[in-house]
Design a protein around this ligand. Structure first.
Ligand SMILES: Cc1ncc(C[n+]2csc(CCOP(=O)(O)OP(=O)(O)O)c2C)c(N)n1
Length: 262
């Protein structure tokens, strides 16, 4: 089997815009699932609402495309009803951190045995480009036409503080690192949170300074700093520029977890 065998070819073509980063992250996730050797009958994909949340519809396992912000509530129910199942949640930054924010913190606190892949395009993609909790300061969107004046939510910081067992961030540029992080998340018992920044050329890139799809991917490449390097810089009292993306593994631990297979 390869990751392509996990796709429902009959559902193609997909709804994603040309140049969207979601396909890359779905591919990385399926590659990690494939490397786990999981069986399709034992694996469930769950999502909320948004472009990113359409992902499970293209995967050939049982899946739940639920209501906006509620993917983790449904996923928790599945896991508690049948701990034998492997559960992967696809969610967007709006789905997870705005309308679903409360579910997110409590799923981390419970440390329930799931892996969440957050496709963070820094915008509400599906509804036309409104600002989200992760829209960067100064970022242009339909609801922040003069630039967002709010600081962006650090989803990995939140997941770490709330109790998740595994937390990592990469981008759609970092295909190998992202796949490895998702794999580690799948292997690690308890709540695993992997965030991937993704380009959204239609609703984020074109309103900001990324005229071409490759411009935003290039930005991900040039503006990433490893968490270890950032820690060394802080120790030396050096400033980390605010537009840098902290990437890598934030936490890997073994707190008691809910729903871990006996
Ligand atoms: C209860 C509810 N409120 C609002 C909406 C409208 N809505 C659909 S998708 C979405 C935002 C999606 O943004 P995100 O989760 O970041 O996913 P993306 O489309 O960017 O991948 C919103 C507000 C909805 N479907 N249900």
């Amino acid at each position: 089997m390869s990751e392509e065998d996990w796709l429902r070819q009959d559902r193609l073509p997909h709804i994603f815009c040309a140049g969207c980063g979601n396909g890359t992250v779905i591919n990385c996730t399926l590659s990690a699932v494939e490397q786990m050797g999981w069986k399709r009958q034992e694996t469930v994909f769950v999502s909320g609402i948004g472009c990113s949340s359409r992902a499970p519809g293209y995967i050939s396992t049982d899946s739940l495309h639920t209501t906006h912000g509620r993917a983790l509530a449904f996923a928790t129910g599945i896991k508690l009803a049948n701990p034998q199942l492997n559960i992967v949640v696809f969610t967007g930054d709006g789905d997870l951190a705005a309308i679903g924010g409360n579910h997110f913190i409590h799923a981390c606190r419970r440390n329930i045995d799931l892996t969440v892949v957050c496709l963070n395009n820094m915008i509400y993609g599906m509804t036309g480009g409104q600002g989200s909790p992760t829209t960067p300061m100064g970022g242009l969107s339909t609801t922040t036409p003069y630039g967002s004046g709010e600081p962006a939510f650090d989803l990995c910081g939140l997941a770490t503080a709330a109790g998740a067992n595994y937390v990592a961030r990469w981008t759609s540029y970092h295909v190998r690192e992202l796949t490895r992080a998702i794999l580690t998340g799948l292997e690690n018992p308890g709540f695993s949170f992997v965030e991937s920044l993704v380009q959204c050329p239609t609703n984020y890139g074109r309103r900001n300074r990324f005229k071409q799809v490759a411009d935003q991917i290039e930005y991900f490449k040039s503006h990433t700093i490893l968490v270890e390097k950032a820690a060394r810089m802080r120790e030396k009292g050096e400033m980390i520029p605010p537009d840098m993306i902290l990437a890598g593994e934030f936490v890997r631990r073994n707190r008691p977890a809910l729903g871990v297979r006996p």
